[in-house]
Design a protein around this ligand. Sequence first.
Ligand code: HEM
Length: 146
Amino acid sequence: MPCKKTALNFVLAALISLILVGCAGGRADDSLYQRLGGEQGVDRLVGELLDEVHADRRIAFLFEGTDRDNLHAVIVEQICAETGGPCTYRGLDMRAAHSGLDIRHDEFDAFVEDLIVAMERVGVPTPAQNRLLAIFAPMREKVVFQ
Ligand code: HEM
């Protein structure tokens, strides 16, 4: 009998810890999203980024004929999702999104420079800039030469 009771206690304890861990782990780390200024901040950032790339003679031609409003909305959603915000990215995967554009490495670098200018312009603190760059940098191989 005591053995049964101990086993029951054990099961109860395990269940309680599972519930506690589940609650604590269920919330994504949205600190970067918050550092970027949440919904409004990300929206402003993407606006500045697209202004910058459209004015950048090194890469502007790649964006000719694209639907700017749609691109804006999809990139906002992607940054939100990648930084812990309350969004799900529903756009194309990175290879498909850049397929046929044949983007070179120096063009990717130009885009990143424009992103840094945009982050400076909207006042993103340097540590948060670095965190966002660390998320986007590994996407290079899926963007170039597609
Ligand atoms: C890590 C860096 C990059 C990210 C996160 C990114 C993200 C995106 C996203 C989310 C889309 C839209 C996907 C969709 O329509 O569902 C897109 C499309 C596009 N991207 Fe990028 N991009 C990156 C780098 C670049 C670079 C380096 C260039 C050019 C220099 C570029 C040029 C374009 C263009 C022109 C489109 C529109 C394609 C079309 O509508 O036909 N992207 N990108």
